[in-house]
Design a binder for this molecule. Structure first.
Ligand code: ADP
Ligand code: MG
Length: 446
């Protein structure tokens, strides 16, 4: 059993249920140190005792479940073992001074996140073209470039592709890739340690800045202010800024107006879920990379069953390939169905499914699901639909486009609007809040 292969597959599955920031923080420098098949033991190497404790207390159950699933229960015991890594690679709990000193391009880019490996389709062609333009003429045409789209649709891939192409084509350009969470932590640490001058120097002396997942800035006023000045400094010097977010600037709750208008100043490029052709092209490219072991009908099965998220498409493919590589057993369509039924598209929230939430809402309002998601704009159906959108987002963190699809093929901007509207009403308290609490009770969530 190839332990690296196995660990990559497990990480692929974990990525689906853990937020990107947590994933980077806790799983970055982990690997399988060894496997003892005769007593079903896996030894997972982690970089420090903190990670060890964290994995043990927060993610052990998930890791175990995935390992058992992939190996058909052959591996069922996990031991964590601490391994020391070089300092520069640690992302967590390095002291503030190290964070500030961290030199510009130490970030480990994912070698797969390049333009060469990015499949272009209808949903992402604008974001892709704009990203390439940014490498060619940074700061000139689209500044800032704001890429937005649902989870797992390639935002991070594109941002890192920009970085990797820039490293090759303009090796002297001083740029930094980070995410809003890291920027925030960096800022907080700098304040605590009294190192704001250094902090400012680090960010304001850049010639290009890429910030992933800026929706994370929501509600963080101090950080927003600091970022505003960073942004202005670079922008005035006509240096390129690239941002990504899972929603439009306007739709990021409690983002200051002045930042919203800055974010909207350049080009806003959205990434929509891939259509069938793109899903198929992605599957073909990724399976070819891995040595093409799966039949067309199996790829077709994946492409027709996983619709909204490239990460999940990859996860399904990896699971099947790992099964093949681990057991040297040909993957038939039936076997694929069986394996995938067990492992794919598990929602991030326990076992609760989109359908159950939609059903609970329509039930509560005494409607049939078909009525609730119909084209009707009558108040009796509009409100339940908005509540369903709100709950899907709030509980499962379903992407807006995916919610739109679930609720009768609605546009994601409509869904965003619904979500924001109900959210405001929730904050104001009153009837809606009561209703939503009752629905949550029905779902055993409160
Ligand atoms: P996001 O940041 O939008 O949540 P990621 O960039 O992390 O999504 O993408 C999730 C996974 O899907 C990554 O492994 C990425 O390489 C892959 N992926 C997404 N879009 C594409 C694409 N168009 N072509 C190839 N791989 C893609
Ligand atoms: Mg991302």
């Amino acid at each position: 059993m190839d332990k690296n292969q196995l660990w990559q597959t497990i990480l692929g599955e974990l990525e689906l249920i853990v937020s990107q920031a947590n994933f980077m923080t806790w799983f970055k420098n982990t690997r399988i140190a060894s496997i003892e098949e005769n007593n079903g033991l896996v030894v997972i190497a982690v970089p420090n005792s903190f990670t060890e404790r964290w994995l043990r207390s927060k993610y052990h159950k998930n890791i175990l479940e995935i390992i058992q699933n992939i190996t058909d229960g052959k591996l069922k015991n996990i031991v964590y073992q601490i391994e020391t890594f070089p300092l520069t690679k640690q992302t967590v709990f390095s002291s503030a001074v190290q964070v500030i000193k961290e030199s510009i391009n130490l970030y480990d880019f994912n070698p797969n996140y390049t333009f060469e490996k990015f499949i272009v389709g209808k949903g992402n062609e604008l974001a892709h073209a704009a990203s390439q333009a940014v490498v060619k003429n940074p700061g000139e045409k689209y500044n800032p470039l704001f890429i937005y789209g649902g989870v797992g649709l390639g935002k991070t891939h594109l941002l890192q592709a920009i970085c990797q192409a820039t490293l090759k084509q303009k090796p002297k350009l001083k740029f930094l890739y980070t995410n809003a969470e890291k920027f925030t932590n960096d800022f907080v640490e700098a304040i605590k340690a009294g190192l704001m001058t250094k902090f400012r120097k680090k960010y304001r002396s850049l010639e290009m800045l890429l910030v992933d997942d800026v929706q994370f800035f929501k509600g963080k006023e101090g950080t927003q202010e600091e970022f505003f000045y960073t942004f202005n400094t670079l922008y005035e010097k006509e240096y390129q800024i690239v941002l990504s977010s899972d929603r439009l600037p306007k739709a990021i709750p409690s983002l200051e107006q002045r930042l919203i208008s800055r974010f909207e100043m350049g080009l806003i490029a959205d990434i929509a879920p891939p259509d069938y052709e793109t899903r198929m092209a992605i599957l073909k490219a990724k399976s070819a990379e891995r040595g093409q072991v799966l039949d067309q009908e199996i790829l077709d099965y994946i492409a027709t069953h996983i619709l909204n998220n490239v990460r999940e498409i990859e996860g399904a493919l990896n699971t099947l390939i790992a099964h093949y590589e681990l057991y040297h057993q040909p993957v038939t369509l039936d076997l694929a169905k069986e394996i995938l039924a067990r492992s794919i598209v598990k929602p991030a929230h326990g076992s609760l499914q989109i359908r159950e939430i939609v059903n609970a809402v329509s039930d509560f309002y005494g409607l049939r699901v078909s009525e609730m998601i119909s084209v009707s704009r009558k108040k009796e159906t509009t409100l339940p639909r908005q509540v369903a959108a709100y709950l899907l987002r709030e509980i499962l963190e379903t992407s807006f486009p995916a919610i739109g699809k679930e609720l009768g093929g609605r546009d994601h901007t409509t869904v965003m609007y619904s979500y924001e509207k109900i959210k405001k009403e929730m904050e104001a308290g009153g009837k809606i809040k009561e209703q939503i609490n009752l629905i949550k009770k029905k779902l055993n969530l409160v």
